[in-house]
Design a protein around this ligand. Structure first.
Ligand SMILES: Cc1cc2nc3c(=O)[nH]c(=O)nc-3n(C[C@H](O)[C@H](O)[C@H](O)COP(=O)(O)OP(=O)(O)OC[C@H]3O[C@@H](n4cnc5c(N)ncnc54)[C@H](O)[C@@H]3O)c2cc1C
Length: 247
């Protein structure tokens, strides 16, 4: 007989990569009576900042071969890729295959969907709201959301990503992650990008995708660009089961 989830849940706050995978791993290791509550404020689960982009030119900066969500199943992401009908956003190079970050978000979405709709009594509940308070109580917490929901939780995982950057000092700066930002630019006037790292590459890809044909100047203190990947062996899977002893 299937046991009902009757215990208070473990709450996971934030459903980017970390929160989504924490929820899935908790489901696999906790007893069936223990449900999991996954809370996300953006309206979009299993994507987060990195994998929410819809621009196929925004690529993973890690080879597909090293992006499995499961350390004990290193081929999992590549197997998903082989079975997915992706169209654009798959770049094969001598150094390996690099795919669009949006595709990786679809991979995580598929994993989460399978957990929510799988057979048996549902143990994973999605809360589509911002968590604004966690109040310690005997045996756990009371969690409150912006929309006024309250939930008891036996424990909580905070997976809320990085804090927002300080507001830009210049009124001429744009949010590089807001899709509408680049549409506001004059199509030919030059653009200055402060910084020459991976976000600069994304910004250039966004500008070119939107048909911007003007000059782009990228400025940094050191003038260094990200290194291109060279052909390399796969990373060995670390053995996380044995504690390392101090030297
Ligand atoms: C542009 C970019 C590209 C990257 N590319 C790669 C890559 O190619 N390969 C790689 O391995 N890593 C990459 N990374 C690193 C990447 O950030 C991490 O791998 C991972 O995605 C981080 O996930 P996270 O869940 O910790 O944070 P986030 O993705 O930031 O997720 C946090 C989530 O918490 C939610 N949240 C926050 N506060 C609350 C609240 N109070 N209530 C409810 N929800 C809340 C947010 O809405 C968000 O969805 C990249 C990062 C960036 C920014």
């Amino acid at each position: 007989m299937t046991r009902q989830p009757s215990l208070p849940p473990i709450a996971v706050i934030g459903a980017g990569f970390s929160g989504t995978m924490a929820a899935l791993q908790l489901l696999s290791v906790l007893p069936p009576e223990r449900p999991v509550l996954l809370c996300e404020r953006s309206g979009s689960f299993a994507r987060g900042l990195a994998y929410g982009t819809g621009n196929p030119a925004h690529l993973l900066n890690v080879r597909a071969a090293n992006m499995s969500a499961f350390p004990d199943r290193p081929d999992h992401f590549e197997e998903w890729l082989a079975g997915a009908d992706l169209g654009e956003g798959v770049v094969r190079t001598p150094a390996g295959t690099f795919v669009a970050r949006g595709h990786y978000g679809s991979y995580l979405t598929d994993l989460l969907t399978a957990a929510v709709t799988g057979p048996g009594v549902p143990r994973l509940r999605l809360v589509n709201d911002a968590v604004v308070d966690l109040e310690p109580r005997a045996g756990g917490f009371v969690l409150r959301t912006e929309g006024g929901q309250t939930h008891r939780a036996a424990g909580a995982v905070l997976a809320m990503g990085n804090l927002a950057a300080a507001a830009p000092k210049s009124r001429h700066s744009l949010d590089p992650w807001a899709p509408e930002s680049f549409g506001r630019l004059h199509p030919h006037a030059p653009v200055l990008i402060v910084g020459t790292g991976l976000t600069m590459l994304d910004a250039v890809a966004s500008l070119r995708t939107q048909g911007f044909s003007g000059a782009i100047l990228a400025l940094s203190r050191r003038g260094l660009l990200p290194n291109a990947h060279a052909p390399a062996d796969l990373w060995p899977v670390p053995d996380l089961t044995r504690p390392t002893s101090p030297p």
